[in-house]
Design a binder for this molecule. Sequence first.
Ligand SMILES: [Ca+2]
Length: 78
Amino acid sequence: MATEQDLQSLFTNLDRDQDGKVSLEELFLSPGLNAIISSETNTSSPQELLSRYGLDEEGSITFEELKEAVKKANNLSS
Ligand SMILES: [Ca+2]
């Protein structure tokens, strides 16, 4: 389980170039954080996360999309 605040902090750490999106490359650059994201979203790989929840064409995920993914996995706590 994670709170929105936890997710925001995770997202900020993953978004190394601070463009507001987390790319496949950024997920691979932080295996520890990626493992947490996988667990919170019930996905088995960054590719699965992006194909299921990252709806933009560049293969990246926004904070809103990530939050939605965690919510759908019933892991968002308030
Ligand atoms: Ca980024």
